[in-house]
Design a protein around this ligand. Structure first.
Ligand SMILES: NC(=O)C1=CN([C@@H]2O[C@H](COP(=O)(O)OP(=O)(O)OC[C@H]3O[C@@H](n4cnc5c(N)ncnc54)[C@H](O)[C@@H]3O)[C@@H](O)[C@H]2O)[C@@H](O)CC1
Ligand SMILES: [K+]
Length: 505
């Protein structure tokens, strides 16, 4: 089994709604701190953020439910009033009593203002002006069913306004760990969430509703995380540093492996060049490109460090430590043959990308030939061609976890927060930026991960480190480029600084 276990990254676990609740309770019991004081700490973190923004004394309209998310909203409203802001509070009324901490905060707020309104039906909705700042504290991690009736109408009312919206913990109506597609969900400009990433913030389908995500530290005790099992984690600098193996002074090119990149075809030779360039820059001892002979001169003039195998002469895996196959290969019969031969003859893990994945999608029998430990690097469209259409991002992620276990492979599902799935568990990468949304980015990722495999990183480590470095290099490229102007070669040229960044943490 190619499962690789990392357990030194406790604080990056992604929790379910129930576990989040458990973490609050653990902190309350063990710090110890009262529940209402923990709420005060969460509210203070929100108020501090809000008051540091340039809202130029605009009026605040704070919308609260009657759970603890609403309690946060009431505490924020009080703290803003204490700082002399103009604050009105609106509480959605379902007839039931609020939670204890909600009631305590309501009492505290009553001592400061009478500007508190209960919304019993749509007639009570206030006019929301363009100039208002809306604080959305209707529902948080306790949401247990889609919003409907009055609460859905209120969310729609907020969304129809042109006001700037700040959601506390989560945009109201959004589920923490499952899809909220087609539900009524607040469309926030900023979401102030507590302590950790939540799964809902890592998927593209929620991006428009989340707006800018700010993670506020509210001092939940890290000890809780030691003993809990999660399906997902994020990869942080500390975990990546553990993976990274610095080069040894008494080493030679043979110490770092020989990578073979099988890529490129007429009209798409750039993909092969970019993958090989990235492979060289990511540290492979030797890099060989398998290409049609017509492009030999192009490779020698652009990448003199790379060696070439001529495709017409067949494939050779002699002394090859890692294969990367697919970028710019095309989907013709010649490529099908190349892939079939690679899957049949090469018995170490490979990186399988782009057209190689597309060919496997149309010749499903090939998936049975994939060597255990191989790394598949689909973007969402390639993923769907391989494994079927998903109803939403959460379903796609779930399929990636299942397929990684079934095929005994690592699956890199590319996206803003790329998922690295292995044996039913998932890691999300947090480096990178929208400058990577461009042709060539995938080709260089294949080159980087192939180079790391050649250097004898475990496939899961190669995937995690490769994706992290790829994103970090893109972040560093922003020092000289914009997200618009950045091209894949800029990212490759920043790999040196990215490796350097690993050492600094
Ligand atoms: N001490 C704590 O437990 C802390 C909790 N915090 C806040 O507490 C929130 C979680 O609070 P709660 O667990 O009380 O939950 P919420 O405040 O998210 O709301 C849950 C309430 O709404 C009801 N509800 C759920 N779905 C509904 C729907 N679709 N329509 C109508 N009503 C619905 C539930 O039955 C429950 O009464 C977090 O998001 C966070 O904002 C923070 O103050 C940090 C500390
Ligand atoms: K909320």
């Amino acid at each position: 089994m190619y499962t690789f276990i990392i357990n030194y990254c406790e604080r990056m676990k992604i929790l379910s709604a129930q576990q989040i609740h458990g973490w609050d309770a653990y902190t309350i019991a063990n710090e110890p701190i009262t529940s209402v004081n923990l709420m005060e700490r969460a509210a203070t973190a929100c108020t501090d953020y809000i008051t540091q923004q340039n809202f130029f004394n605009k009026p605040f309209k704070v919308f609260c439910g009657k759970g603890n998310n609403g309690g946060d909203g009431l505490a924020v409203a009080r703290q803003l009033l204490q700082q002399h802001f103009d604050v009105s509070v609106y509480i959605i009324e379902f007839g039931a009593a609020g939670t204890g901490d909600f009631q305590t905060n309501l009492q505290r707020l009553h001592e400061l203002t009478v500007n508190i309104h209960f919304i019993q039906d749509e007639g009570f909705f206030p006019v929301i002006n363009k100039n208002d700042i809306v604080i959305d504290a209707l529902f948080g991690s306790g949401l247990n069913r889609p919003l409907k009736d009055l609460s859905a109408a209120l969310v729609q009312h907020i969304n129809q306004s042109e006001a700037f919206v700040i959601s506390i913990d989560v945009p109201s109506g959004m589920f923490i760990d499952k899809s909220s597609i087609n539900n009524a969900v607040v469309r926030a400009n900023v979401t102030l969430t507590f302590q950790q990433y939540k799964l809902c913030f890592l998927v593209a389908e929620n991006a428009e509703n989340t707006g800018k995500l700010i993670i506020l530290d509210i001092g939940l005790l890290p000890g809780f995380l030691n003993d809990i099992e999660t399906v997902f984690q994020t990869a942080d600098a500390a975990s990546i540093q553990h993976i990274y193996k610095p080069r040894k002074p008494f080493s030679h090119k043979g110490s770092y492996g020989h990578a073979l990149i099988i890529a490129g075809n007429t009209g798409k030779m750039g993909a092969a060049l970019m993958a090989a360039h990235a492979c060289l820059r990511a540290g492979a001892g030797l890099t060989t490109l398998n290409i049609p002979s017509a492009f030999l001169n192009a490779v020698h003039s652009h990448l003199p460090e790379a060696m070439c195998q001529l495709r017409e002469n067949g494939l050779s895996f002699e002394k090859i430590n890692a294969v990367g196959i697919g970028p710019g290969l095309g989907t013709g019969d010649d490529s099908l043959q190349l892939i079939e031969q690679t899957l049949n003859e090469y018995k170490l893990p490979s990186v399988i990308d782009a057209d190689a994945l597309n060919i496997i999608s149309t010749h499903k029998r090939l998936s049975r030939l994939i060597t255990p430990g191989s790394i598949l690097t689909p973007h969402p469209k390639e993923f769907e061609r391989l494994f079927g259409k998903a109803e939403n991002d959460f379903e796609r992620i779930d399929t990636a976890l299942k397929k990684s276990a079934e095929l005994n492979c690592v699956i890199i599902l590319k996206g803003t927060y790329t998922l690295i799935a292995q044996n039913g568990k998932g890691w999300f990468n947090t480096t990178g930026n929208a400058g990577l949304a461009k042709g060539g980015s995938g080709d260089i990722l294949t080159g980087i991960v192939t180079a790391l495999l050649a250097q004898k990183y475990h496939p899961f480590e190669a995937a995690l480190l490769g994706v992290y470095l790829h994103g970090l290099a893109a972040d560093i490229a922003l020092e000289k480029q914009s997200q618009e102007s950045m091209i894949a070669s800029d990212v490759v040229n920043c790999l040196g600084a990215a490796f350097g960044g690993l050492l600094m943490g």
